[in-house]
Write a protein that binds this ligand. Structure first.
Ligand code: GLC
Length: 607
């Protein structure tokens, strides 16, 4: 006997069923699989088909070394990342593309076949990949005052990233570095918000005018908000500021990035007035998503949620606090299984509403659809040969040229004559690709030596001179005599990243550099100092003994650009992005603070 329900109830049931069940599959599969449909329609259809575990999987980002492709499938992981220096073997563009495609096959081997999105820190080129073009770090790009150049750099980096399959870049850092003691000062385009705001063109370079182009890579504005304003320049420290100052100094670059359609925002490790940003619902949801209208998704920093309560690891309370604050995807490199089970429990016990889970998924899935990941989930190998190609290195050399800031040039010793000259080159940074590239180069902290193919400053100098000029090199200056017409001392810092670069004490040159310069000076030869550093250094006391000073920052693999300025192939145009201290006791020192610097922000000489 067929149990008939009263018509009214039947109509209600059918209507209710129609409202809750997904639309029937079309010829092209389900509606979410149909690229002809609006993204919002595809997102809604897909979301309606997802289980809670599939939704939580989309919000989970694990490190490549802690998962297999099978894990990606089993746990429905929505995203993977390479931490700094985390590379496949072989560390080649093709090796990366093979790795990426392998993980993607895992993601697609699931009932809904939602592609994963893979993130890297390509912060000055695709810098984890051996052989990639390494561009100047942001502090040098800020010195160029050339947003259009920075956009072209973003496009070039996006081509190299796309050639390895990767589709998400944790860049640009739009931090406003207010204290040069901070180990991430070189990741800042400048100490005032106008410079990082102007250089948000990198977002457009990486993503394209809209997402979804052949080399469109999701950009990330980071680290939201106030990471460069901590007391003492302590990395991951506390930014003690009134809201008006926080908004005036640190928020504008994020507004600029949001206006450019940045797809992701990464939360800062730091605190604002003692409260960790990773748990700050007002700044993340009310201000970033509400007031600024950010429609992309918010990602935590590496184990960032662990810091909310100040103790190691994360608790259920930290998970729910972070998600309810507005974080949509959590970077849990290794503890991703624990995160998944914890968040599931926090949803099931009502601490995290399903509406928040759905909002996070809508944001993440929208970017995946807009990127074209569902239609083109695998590497487009036609871009693989662009990694480290000649065109990108030429662009990088132009960026190096424009980033050089000439701070002193007595007796017009610069430009050096390329012919009929005798030049002595010295310094630990003269012939060292690793030192001139700085942190985030092949490894997280970077390293000295020939870490990747490129042109050292010395090699650039040798290539710039003619056959009638002698160039002699000795790292410590041994062998110099007064027959030399000029000495070039390439000195400064060795690589570091993040907190390992914090300088709480002296910011002077190290003993080796000071001895090298003294050796050159004692020979009675005029000395041109080329400073390879991630920030201004405390050099006022020594400066009167230097004939010239060129701030080179961290130029990357194309050291020929430094030689272009030294020999006048390019007259220097760079301007200081940071105020240059007269003494370390002045830190923090910034434009308009009333202190008298050695060189003001915006200073720079030319020929
Ligand atoms: C790091 C950095 C962040 C980076 C992330 C992933 O700790 O703070 O800038 O994007 O972890 O490597």
């Amino acid at each position: 006997m067929i149990r008939r329900r009263p018509l009214g109830l039947a109509v209600v049931l059918v209507a209710a069923t129609a409202l809750t069940l997904p639309a029937p599959a079309t010829a092209a599969g389900y509606p979410y699989q149909d690229p002809a449909l609006p993204v919002a329609t595809r997102v809604a259809d897909l979301l309606s088909r997802m289980t809670l575990d599939e939704k939580i999987g989309q919000m989970t980002q694990a490190e490549r070394g802690a998962v297999t492709a099978s894990d990606v499938a089993t746990y429905r992981l929505g995203s993977l990342l390479s931490g700094g220096g985390s590379a496949p073997t072989p560390n080649t563009a093709t090796g990366w593309a093979d790795m990426y495609d392998g993980f993607q096959r895992g993601a697609l081997a699931t009932p809904l076949a939602i592609p994963m999105i893979y993130g890297v820190d390509a912060v000055h080129g695709h810098n984890n990949v051996y052989g990639a073009t390494i561009f100047p770090h942001n502090i040098g790009l800020g010195a160029t005052r050339d947003p259009a150049l920075v956009q072209r750099i973003g496009q070039a980096v996006a081509e190299e990233i796309s050639g390895t399959g990767v589709d998400w870049d944790f860049a640009p850092c739009l931090c406003v570095a207010r204290n040069d003691r901070w180990g991430r000062t070189y990741e800042s385009f400048g100490e005032t918000p106008d410079l990082p705001s102007a250089m948000s063109t990198l977002v457009t370079g990486l993503q394209g005018g809209t997402l979804g182009g052949p080399t469109s890579v999701l950009a990330t504005a980071k680290h939201y908000v106030g990471d460069g304003g901590t007391n003492g320049g302590v990395d991951q420290g506390n930014t003690q500021l009134g809201e008006a100052d926080l908004r005036a100094i640190h928020l504008p670059p994020f507004q600029a990035a949001v206006q450019r359609g940045v797809g992701a925002v990464m939360i800062s490790y730091s605190s604002w007035n003692g409260v960790k940003l990773h748990g700050n619902q007002y700044l993340i949801t009310t201000v970033l998503k509400g007031e600024l209208g950010f429609s992309g998704f918010v990602v935590s920093d590496w184990n960032g949620i662990d810091q909310i309560d100040g103790s190691a690891g994360f608790t259920a309370a930290e998970v729910s606090t972070a998600i309810n604050a507005g974080i949509d995807m959590v970077m849990v490199p290794t503890a991703w299984k624990t995160f998944i089970s914890t968040l599931r429990a926090e949803v099931q016990n009502g601490h995290v509403p399903v509406s928040r889970i759905d909002d996070a998924n809508r944001r993440i899935l929208t970017k995946k659809f807009e990127l074209g990941l569902f239609e083109r989930p695998y590497t487009d190998r036609s871009w693989t040969p662009t990694v480290g190609n000649a065109a990108h290195r030429t662009l990088a050399r132009q960026a190096v040229r424009e980033s050089q800031v000439l701070l002193r040039n007595t007796a017009g010793i610069l430009p050096l004559a390329p012919d009929n000259n005798k030049i002595f080159v010295a310094g630990k940074n003269a012939d060292n690709i690793g030192n001139q590239s700085g942190g985030w180069t092949i490894s997280w902290q970077g390293g000295s030596g020939t870490v990747t193919p490129g042109t050292s400053v010395l090699q650039g100098i040798r290539a710039a001179v003619g056959p009638t000029t002698t160039v002699t090199y000795n790292q410590r200056g041994t062998g110099i005599d007064r027959t030399y017409r000029a000495a070039v001392a390439v000195v400064g810092e060795t690589p570091y990243a993040e907190g390992q670069g914090d300088r709480a004490g002296s910011m002077s040159l190290d003993r080796e550099d000071l001895r090298t310069i003294a050796t050159l000076r004692n020979a009675g030869v005029p000395v041109v100092v080329v400073l390879i550093s991630g920030r201004p250094l405390d050099i006022a006391a020594e400066l009167p003994n230097w004939t010239a000073l060129l701030a080179s920052w961290l130029p990357g693999t194309e050291g020929g650009g430094v030689a272009d300025v030294l020999f006048g192939a390019y007259a220097p145009t760079g301007k200081l992005p940071m105020t240059w201290m007269n003494s370390v006791s002045q830190q923090p020192i910034n434009a308009g603070d009333g202190q008298v610097p050695l060189f003001p922000q915006g200073y720079g000489l030319t020929y």
